[in-house]
Design a protein. Structure first.
Length: 313
């Protein structure tokens, strides 16, 4: 009997398949003979204590004119599938966290879930990097403007960001003496209500913000360097950065070796590390991207490596 795979993701009709990593995973699973099921967004729940969702049979095709076909959705227990891919994009808000609790219930009922729901709750993508202080630049997390201003005074150029952003949104580059620093801090912290992160600015960002992918804690051989364009300091592709595929450096592999075993221990099967210069800046666990870009540039099949690991498990 074919293995059954359910995917929790953002609306499949809105994705850009040329760069969507979840879509690459679905293509690979289908190629291997897995039967695909699409979790209708917002349908995860419990009935009589049993985790389930409205599942629609799914087929996919690598064709930008029509990349998916859905059958009729109906409520089914998640125990009817072998594996659930949790690939919903941030924000990690109350709804996201509640969905991970449903998926934890499914795990308790015998369903494999990747990434591990407990890890998705525990590992904020900004704060998780600080589990590995030997890898990170000087960093401060605070609600207090006076502390954040003092950090800027100590380090000069700084990058300031919220703890719940993605795609480079709401990230600021500032410096000691910047007349806009106070308003940046007011905006990020909502006048002291929310935590914000300050990191020393890493000038090597001009050479790219590298995305390194880990599968079961082991690094993929190549990364995607996202290089800022024009006057933009952010390398994120969503912010206009240019992607360039590169082999990992010795330092990249050292960082991966520091982070990988802990990710594997926590059941984080597919993880994206953000590395600028010599430093780890983020650990992405919710829905890491860049499979398709790295595959195209390095002749790899990263989703194949992932499903090799899932099938071994």
């Amino acid at each position: 009997m074919p293995r059954q795979l359910a995917v929790v993701m953002d609306p499949i009709g809105s994705i850009k398949i040329v760069k969507d990593s979840t879509f690459a995973m679905l293509l690979e699973a289908q190629r291997r003979g897995w039967t695909l099921h699409y979790v209708v967004p917002g349908s995860l729940g419990l009935r009589g204590g049993e985790a389930g969702a409205r599942l629609a049979p799914l087929t996919v095709k690598d064709d930008p004119k029509g990349w998916y076909t859905l059958g009729e959705a109906r409520w089914l227990p998640l125990s009817t599938v072998d594996h659930v891919l949790m690939r919903k994009d941030p924000p990690v808000d109350a709804d996201f966290l509640h969905d991970t609790l449903i998926l934890s219930a499914a795990q308790a009922q015998g369903v494999a879930v990747s990434n591990h729901p407990q890890g998705l709750r525990d590992l904020n993508e900004k704060l998780a990097a600080l589990l590995f202080p030997q890898c990170t630049p000087p960093t401060l997390v605070s609600r207090e403007a006076i502390e954040l201003r003092a950090f800027a005074a100590e380090h000069g150029q700084v990058v300031l960001k919220p703890l719940d952003g993605m795609g480079g949104r709401s990230i600021f580059r500032s410096h000691h003496g910047d007349p806009n620093l106070n308003v940046i801090l007011e905006t990020l912290t909502a006048n002291g209500q929310h935590l914000a992160m300050a990191q020393r600015y890493i000038p090597e960002i001009v050479d790219g913000d590298k995305r390194i992918l880990l599968i079961d804690g082991e690094p993929v051989s190549h990364c995607l360097a996202r290089i800022p364009q024009g006057t933009e300091f952010r390398g994120n592709l969503a912010a206009g950065g240019r992607g360039e595929v590169r082999p990992l450096t010795d330092r990249d592999r050292w960082i991966a070796a520091q982070v990988g075993p802990e990710m594997r221990r926590r059941g984080m099967r597919f993880v994206g590390l953000d590395v600028i210069g010599e430093f780890l800046t983020e650990v992405n666990v919710t829905s890491p991207t860049c499979i398709r870009e790295i595959d195209a540039g390095a002749g790899l099949n990263i989703a194949g490596l992932l499903f090799d690991a899932l099938e071994r498990a």
